[in-house]
Every structure is written in C-alpha cells, then in structure tokens.
Design a protein around this ligand. Structure first.
Ligand code: MN
Length: 207
C-alpha cells in the first residue's frame, strides 16, 4: 500500500481485511506539540455539543460530545444525525496538514469527539457512511486520557484487536477495515479524565 511516505515510523497491523497503522506519540514526535496543551486548547476552543442520534427508530443523547469542522459543502451524517460543517480551526488545520504529509493523502473533514469521563463511550459500529467511499482512510488522533479502542470482525466476532490509545497517538484505519470490522470505545468504571479524539476523513462530493 502506498499510503505512507518514507518518514513514517509507526507499525502496521494487518489481518483478514483489517488494515491499521499505529504511531504512538505522533503529536510529540512529528509535530513537536505538547499533547496536554493541545488537549486543553481544543477542549476550550472547539464548539462541543451533545448530539442526538437515532438508533432503531429511537432518539438518544450520545454518550460523548462532538463537533465537526470541514471544507465548505462537505456534508456528513451518521445515525440519522447531520453534521453542520464549521470552518477549520487553525490548530485542526495544522494537524490536518501534517497528517496529509505523513500519510500522503487528502482530508477535507474532521469529526471531533470528547469523552468526558469513563461513563462516555461509543458502541460497536463501522464508519461506513456512503459519503466516505468504499475503502476510506480515517486518521484518528487521541489526546488526553488513554482509552481502550477495540475492533472486532463483523462475521467472526471472536476475532478481536485492542489498542490502548494514549495522548498524542495516531491510529489510521484504511483499506477494507470499515467494511469487514467494527470498532468501539468501552465505558469504564475507572476514575479517568477526558479524552479528545480527532478523526480526519475525506468526504466524497455528491454527484
Ligand atoms: Mn467510528
């Protein structure tokens, strides 16, 4: 796969249509940003909202806050929720530009999620909305407290993989990962601080 340029030093995890690239401490080593400062800046400066999603016809408050920044006219929706594109925040733009250089790809949107504590999480799902295309590359940057990120095969749910994503880590999902695998963030009773997750995507224009 021609995804990465020669400067990337993370590791690939590939298995049965799963295609992941994990680069711990990416923010520190590649961008020379302090992950704690970056976390605090984004927590204070992004316009966080608790969204409502429709799952099996019922409306729920999402157990996390989120916000969406993107190029103009880049519409994105999931679980019956349409995301309103806001103009790029300068810090998100810096991270986007660095990721594009590392991964030799183009992103035009970022869905940002804020897990306030261990009671926030996200159930099993795939990022398989049609506007992402058949084989999306999604680059996820974690900031704040480490959280466990799990993956399982859709057909054979005994096939699993887990990552403890810490502040500054980059995890890229690509290839057929969204088609054949699901992911989640499990809730935990441990007393933990918040985590911000920036998921950079490329939304395909509507034809
Ligand atoms: Mn997801």
């Amino acid at each position: 796969m021609d995804l990465l340029n020669q400067h990337a030093v993370g590791s690939w995890h590939t298995h049965d249509n799963l295609s992941l690239y994990w680069h711990p401490d990416y923010i520190q080593s590649h961008m020379h940003l302090d992950p704690n400062t970056t976390y605090t800046q984004l927590l204070e400066q992004l316009t966080w909202r608790q969204g409502e999603v429709t799952v099996y016809g019922k409306k729920h408050l999402e157990p996390r806050l989120s916000t969406y920044y993107a190029d103009p006219h880049t519409n994105h929706s999931y679980s019956g929720k349409r995301l309103e594109a806001q103009p790029w925040h300068p810090l998100l733009l810096i991270i986007k530009n660095t990721l594009e250089a590392t991964l030799d790809t183009h992103f035009n949107a970022v869905l940002c999620n804020y897990y306030r504590n261990g009671n926030d999480g996200m159930g099993w799902h795939s990022d398989d909305e049609p506007e992402l295309g058949a084989t999306p590359t999604i680059a996820s940057v974690s900031l704040g407290s480490p959280r466990q990120f799990n993956l399982r095969n859709k057909q054979d749910k005994t096939q699993k993989m887990a990552f403890n994503l810490g502040g500054g880590d980059l995890l890229v999902m690509t290839g057929k990962t969204q088609r054949y695998w699901q992911h989640n963030i499990t809730k935990t009773t441990q007393a933990i601080e918040g985590r911000i997750n920036l998921t950079f995507r490329h939304i395909q224009p509507r034809i």
